[in-house]
Ligand binder design. Structure first.
Ligand SMILES: [Mn+2]
Length: 244
């Protein structure tokens, strides 16, 4: 895994107009995303953060990418971050031969609609995935796909942990007292609510929207919602999966 040199973006936003919203792991569930966006009725005043993992597992990765690319065009304050699945997709295309890459995409997706006829990533998707920052720092929050390994000397430069870490410990000094919003690890709905209610410094937002069937690790009955967190009102707006 390369070092995070030029890809980290620090964005301090002091403007407080509009809502600040965050949505995590969509995993190809485009209809669920559309339904959630319908509930939210985003305007150009709102800042909407996406915490990554747009693709793989669910039925329509290319549709999810199209929705977010379009949304970003329409509303410039829409800010998508990278997940491990976007990073791995770009790496796989770079490292695998054509056949191996095709099977990688097929294994993780029902369709290969993110690919062109030459079995390469469609240009618009590669460009989009390459443009994604790994984390965002606000006045009062950090937003990142997986989290921060505060045991590392430079936790903000370590792409591997930003995208893949599970169960990290909060560090008041290194996180400057700010709350951290993450996706990546499916979290039961009552636990998400509890973290918010208790004002926890780490808020896990991923209710595993794509997990709607019996699963060997998770109790799927406590998963299956795509959730949107309002950073200011701490309100949670959710949409039950309607894709799978
Ligand atoms: Mn992930």
């Amino acid at each position: 895994m390369q070092k995070n040199t030029n890809k980290q973006r620090v964005l301090l936003q002091s403007e407080k107009s509009g809502r600040r919203l965050a949505i995590s792991d969509i995993h190809g569930c485009s209809k669920t995303l559309r339904a959630l966006l319908n509930k939210l009725q985003i305007t150009s005043e709102d800042t909407l953060y996406f915490l990554g993992d747009y693709i793989d597992r669910g039925p329509d990765s290319s549709e999810v990418l199209d929705i977010i690319i379009q949304l970003k065009k329409e509303f410039p304050k829409v800010t998508p971050l990278s997940g491990n699945h976007e990073y791995q997709m770009l790496q796989a295309e770079k490292e695998y031969n054509e056949k191996a890459f095709y099977y990688y995409v097929k294994k993780l997706n029902n369709s290969t609609s993110i690919l062109n006829k030459k079995k390469k990533l469609r240009k618009k998707y590669r460009k989009f995935m390459k443009s994604l920052p790994y984390y965002i720092e606000l006045e009062d929050y950090f937003l990142v796909h997986a989290g921060f390994d505060f045991k590392k000397e430079n936790p903000f430069d370590d792409i591997n942990s930003l995208l893949n870490i599970r169960n990290f410990k909060y560090n008041m000094e290194k996180a400057k007292g700010k709350s951290i919003i993450i996706g990546h690890s499916p979290t039961y709905f009552h636990q998400i609510l509890k973290q918010i209610k208790k004002n926890k410094k780490i808020i896990k937002l991923d209710n595993g929207c794509v997990y709607t069937k019996p699963h060997k690790i998770y109790d799927y009955k406590q998963l299956g919602k795509l959730c949107c967190f309002n950073l200011d009102t701490k309100e949670l707006i959710c949409q039950k999966n309607i894709d799978v």
